[in-house]
Design a protein around this ligand. Structure first.
Ligand SMILES: [Ca+2]
Length: 463
């Protein structure tokens, strides 16, 4: 009773629990399972490895590039799809004991794995993780069940650092009981690198934040709790920080009790809602004071470690011949930092169904791309979207800029529309973006209001 592809299957009776070694004789893949379990020997057993699935492992979040093979796979969903960095593609293998094996190319000191399960927000999966130095003798290092509440990454820490080149994930069952293992992404993890002098700065970013809502159930309160828990060095708010009119009274009533708790480390930009009354964003400038105009204009820049960070105003004159872009070019020409990040409200690229692309942001992109800038952050569409690095002409290129849309700070999430070129991940939830800005690289995590990491990647080297 298995389906020929991984589609939902109504449960009939209780699903099998995690099998353990004693049930190794079952099914067509018994040989693989016996081989895997018989080699455990005196090493870790299910009783002495941790079984908790946790959202993230402190200090153990650096993914190791790998190739993948599998004991079985569906033609449309090969093992390579589990290591392609795209949560929208997957490996699907059929049957009890279906196994996916990563080859890291060389032995690494592993501290855990992270797995994003296809349909992971709808069903739990029972699985076991094994490691090997030679690809033949595997030792069990983790066994347990995914939460069934997230399609994002869940991390499984190893009890102790484990030297291994090969990592195998063996699947046993899911809450849907349809006989299919489907992994969107899996990665072996090593300890995060020592950032060294001048590196290791943490930034939290989100836009479209406070609504006319008070109390701890408001989405903007919950995102502010995530931001506080991350305890960043800087907070970038990406416009529409206070809806709906952005008045000083609204800022004081809704933004201040929540995100205002991070105000002293906040670097803002205004959005269309700050300007909606036609009063020149009076509430925004009064609330943020010198933070909004540190050098007199509503656009400005600052350095953080080895990063040059630029705040632009998409609600103001922004033509190629205007004063803001002239300032931007001069600012970038004077920059001495290797890595460059810029943020403003309206995205040039967005698959959001409400707003979408704003081609008139191109003068910003042209100036930034000309100096090899690395990252752009925007809001406006109430969604999270990650793009592959691309040129201002929307041509994917490693030399291009990676844009994130993070209009997820508290305003009600909205539907996506036309999916734009180079869009890699799209999420319709509230949450915050965490960026780890290293000496010459960056990594990211999108964290939802419950603390689940729904998207993660890097480190990616700066241009
Ligand atoms: Ca994938």
């Amino acid at each position: 009773m298995t389906r020929t592809t991984d589609t939902p299957w109504p449960r009939r009776g209780a699903p099998r629990r995690h099998p353990g070694v004693a049930r190794a004789g079952r099914g067509a893949l018994a040989g693989l399972l016996v081989a895997a379990t018989a080699l455990v020997g005196g090493a870790a057993t299910a009783a002495d490895v941790p079984s908790d699935v946790v959202p993230a492992i402190p200090g153990c979040g650096t993914a190791v590039p790998a190739t993948a093979t599998a004991s079985t796979h569906e033609a449309a969903n090969p093992p390579a799809h589990a290591v392609d960095g795209d949560l929208g593609t997957r490996w699907s293998g059929q049957g009890f004991g279906a196994a996916l094996t990563l080859d890291l190319g060389a032995a690494r000191d592993l501290c855990g794995v992270r797995v994003a399960w296809h349909r992971g927000d709808l069903r739990w999966n029972d699985f076991t993780v094994y490691t090997s130095t030679d690809g033949t003798a595997f030792t069990k290092v983790w066994a347990g069940r995914s939460t069934g509440t997230t399609a994002g990454f869940e991390s499984s820490p190893f009890a102790a650092p484990t030297g291994a080149r090969f990592v195998r994930l063996a699947w046993w069952n899911s809450a849907e009981g349809n006989g299919w293992a489907s992994v969107a992404e899996v990665a072996a993890l090593v300890a995060d690198p020592d950032p060294g002098p001048g590196g290791g700065h943490v930034v939290v970013a989100a836009g479209d934040i406070a609504t006319r809502c008070t109390g701890t159930s408001c989405a903007h309160w919950r995102t502010s709790e995530r931001a506080l828990a991350i305890d960043p060095d800087a907070v970038l708010v990406l416009g529409d920080n206070q809806n709906n009119d952005g008045t000083i009274e609204e800022y004081r009533a809704y933004y201040e009790p929540s995100w205002g708790r991070l105000k002293d480390r906040t670097r803002p930009t205004p959005g269309n809602h700050e300007y909606i009354l036609g009063d020149g964003a009076q509430g925004y400038f009064e609330y943020f004071g010198d933070l909004a105009r540190p050098a007199g204009a509503s656009w400005y820049s600052f350095d953080l470690g080895n990063w040059h960070i630029v705040s632009l105003n998409s609600e103001y004159e922004r033509s190629a011949g205007g004063p803001q872009v002239a300032w931007l070019r001069a600012d970038l020409a004077a920059n001495t930092k290797r890595c460059v990040l810029a943020f403003w409200h309206r995205p040039m690229f967005s698959s959001g169904g409400t707003h979408g692309n704003f081609p008139n942001m191109r003068p910003f992109w042209d100036a930034l791309h000309a100096v090899g800038a690395d990252v752009v952050l925007n809001g406006h569409d109430h969604s999270y979207e990650r793009f592959a690095p691309q040129t201002p002409d929307a041509v994917g290129s490693p030399a291009g800029i990676r844009e994130f849309v993070v209009g997820t700070g508290g305003a009600t999430p909205r539907e996506f529309g036309t999916v734009r070129a180079n869009s890699e991940v799209r999420l319709r939830v509230n949450g915050v973006l965490r960026l780890d800005l290293g000496v010459d690289s960056y990594s990211w995590q999108f964290v939802d209001v419950d603390g689940a990491v729904l998207d993660a990647g890097g480190p990616v080297g700066c241009h």
